[in-house]
Design a binder for this molecule. Structure first.
Ligand code: F3S
Length: 390
């Protein structure tokens, strides 16, 4: 491939992988089971992506493994409602169509695991969205580094990745032991734990103990928060995550407790006072059915207060499932809007049209609070709904 026997495009892709492998002293290339490509939203990739695409589409190459796309900058059906302009929409469409030509499934979601794309334990992947990476490594026990958009695409096209970092078992051992003494009752509690840890121990793999209930949705909140505040790609939860029994504690350098004092500190940081909320955004990462049910149960006999909007983001493939349709109808009756294919962070719709935002996602808080003139508050779903419903 590197010699160009399979064409120029594959040669270039292989060159990317070999360069990365050289930087990290990889001993070989290994086959991957799937790839997940970030770098889809025109907001984040800009026009630079088109020159990369020109190179990739010179020859008719296709991805070699199942490959999925991260959210784009707009809902493909409701972009006008989102106030997206036509120029943006056309460029976004062009990006998605190019990925499609390469044989990539246009799932446009950061939660492939909620729409049946579940990575096998022990399998090697090349995923590039940070929360999905932390989920794949931690919750599912698969193996992926934090790939960039071009490197995951190069891996998808060749079916290979360089063997370094989290592909190697001995690099997956915990460095920090965290005793969780604060009760984790809500999804937001998991987000708080992740955010707190990530800020304190940037990049270090933790082993959490004391977490009793751990399923895919709480894991999603923990994964996205820990990846956003600390670029952590792998964590273990004692007795819960697949590798927690196998990993060695001999590399642990530090032990720490997460109790109610730590929890309060991180809450105070994230819960800046907001007198008025214009828009509530839920679904970072994209929501599962359980979260829709929670919203419906809180809002049961209530209406949204006038002037407040509630937008929920979820994978289109989940939204289109039969069992979800009735829930969506009930949410629509309450003026709660569901969007697919995009999210509050990678779409310009939020940053260009709103300045006072509430979210139950620590990751969305992390990125939106960096946007100029944006005031963001992090609250639990229940707290948010109590404020905006009557
Ligand atoms: Fe997903 Fe967007 Fe959050 S890609 S993890 S919803 S920032």
């Amino acid at each position: 491939m590197l010699n160009g026997e399979y064409g120029e495009v594959i040669r270039k892709c292989m060159e990317i992988l070999v360069k990365i492998g050289d930087i990290y002293n990889a001993d070989k290339l290994i086959p991957i089971e799937s790839a997940q490509i970030a770098g889809v939203s025109y907001l984040t990739v800009g026009d630079a992506i088109f020159s990369f695409f020109r190179m990739l589409t010179k020859e008719p190459v296709k991805v070699k493994v199942p490959t999925w796309l991260n959210p784009a900058g707009m809902d493909m059906r409701q972009w006008k409602y989102m106030n997206i302009n036509e120029q943006f929409a056309n460029k976004q469409l062009k990006i998605i169509n190019t990925y499609k030509k390469l044989g990539i499934e246009t799932t446009l979601s950061c939660t492939p695991y909620l729409i049946g794309k579940i990575p096998k334990q022990g399998s090697h992947l090349a995923w590039s969205e940070s929360s999905a990476i932390a989920m794949a490594n931690s919750y599912f026990g698969a193996k992926t580094n934090r790939e960039g958009g071009p490197s995951s695409l190069a891996a998808a096209i060749t079916g290979l990745t360089a063997n370094y970092g989290l592909h190697i078992d001995e690099n997956r051992n915990p460095i920090v032991y965290v005793k969780v003494e604060s009760e984790l009752n809500t999804y937001s509690d998991f987000a708080l734990l992740g955010y707190w840890y990530g800020e304190k121990f940037h990049g270090k793999i933790p082993l959490f103990s004391g977490i009793n209930d751990f399923s895919v949705i709480p894991a999603k909140y923990l994964s996205s928060a820990i990846a956003a505040s600390g670029s952590v790609a792998l964590y273990h939860v004692e007795g819960k995550t697949p590798e927690s029994k196998e990993v060695s504690k001999q590399y642990v350098e530090e032990s720490i407790v997460f109790d109610d004092i730590e929890r309060k500190e991180v809450i105070e940081k994230l819960q800046t006072r907001l007198k008025e909320i214009e828009l509530v955004v839920i679904g970072c990462p994209h929501v599962g059915i359980e979260e829709l049910d929670l919203i419906l149960s809180y809002c049961k006999d209530k209406e949204l207060k006038k002037g407040t909007k509630l937008w929920v983001f979820m994978a289109r493939a989940l939204m289109e499932r039969k069992e979800v349709a009735e829930r969506i109808r009930k949410l629509a009756e309450k003026n709660i809007r569901i969007f697919s294919d995009t999210c509050m962070v990678v779409s310009p719709a939020i940053r260009e049209n709103f300045t006072k935002i509430a979210t139950n996602s620590a990751k969305a808080y992390f990125y939106l609070s960096m946007v100029e003139n944006m005031e963001v508050v992090f609250l639990s779903l229940k707290e948010i709904l109590e404020q905006i419903c009557k």
